[in-house]
Design a binder for this molecule. Structure first.
Ligand code: SF4
Length: 220
């Protein structure tokens, strides 16, 4: 990692802190777990949003370890009704894990969801929110965050989730040309994963949101 990138990470962390979010930095994905273990304790009720980054950092395996009361929406044999129950029980969890679609250098989080259980838990409910993000998620501002989602995050996610969308077939959002002028629209797919666009700026609840930035490219 060069000095310029490190400077960008430092600026982002300073601005997250100014926005009442608690930033951490680790160089490698293998270092994330040690930080996470300082933020939760055995017996805590924990849950998570869908995230490749969490898998890459070993967080999902940690949640499954038996040391926590894990609200696992992906366990084998779970019914749709039980998944819905997990989503609702998550609002009273001790800690919620996810990644962020983008982090701006100005200290804001930008997230876009379809079902929106993830963004809603980030906004309110779990006592603590722990977001793990590769440094590739850092962008200059909200405009770049919008672009990042439409060009880099949503298309591979729709492929991964087997969604029948324009971006899954073409690699780009159907409404890319409208960005910056209105909430991106034009995608009429029932499988659309961009339904709620959420910016998290200065927080009222100090340090409820923790952001662990990793000095590696992770996730989408
Ligand atoms: S709005 Fe539709 S086409 Fe555009 S990125 Fe989201 S899912 Fe893909």
């Amino acid at each position: 990692m060069n000095a310029e990138t490190m400077k960008i990470i430092e600026t982002t962390m300073e601005n997250l802190k100014a926005n009442n979010m608690k930033p951490f930095f680790v160089e490698k994905k293998e270092d994330v777990l040690a930080v996470v273990r300082t933020l939760i304790k055995e017996g805590d009720t924990v849950s998570n949003g869908g995230s490749e980054t969490l898998k890459q950092c070993g967080i999902i395996d940690e949640l499954k370890s038996g040391r926590y009361n894990y609200l696992n929406r992906s366990r084998e044999g779970i019914t749709p009704e039980e998944v819905e129950r997990v989503y609702r029980d998550t609002y009273s969890a001790d800690a919620y894990f996810a990644s962020s679609n983008a982090i701006t250098e100005t200290g804001c989080l930008y997230n876009v969801d379809g079902n929106s259980n993830r963004v809603s838990a980030i906004l309110y409910g779990p006592k603590s929110v722990i977001l793990v993000c590769g440094y590739n998620k850092i962008v200059r501002n909200i405009e770049e965050a919008e672009l990042r989602v439409k060009e880099k995050a949503a298309p591979p996610n729709t492929v991964r989730l087997n969604c029948d969308t324009y971006c899954a077939k073409t690699g780009k959002c159907v409404s890319l040309s409208k960005l910056g002028r209105e909430i991106p629209d034009g995608c009429r797919s029932k499988a659309r994963i961009c339904c709620n666009y959420v910016v998290s700026a200065q927080q009222r609840h100090i340090d409820r949101i923790k952001v662990i930035i990793v000095g590696e490219e992770l996730g989408y």
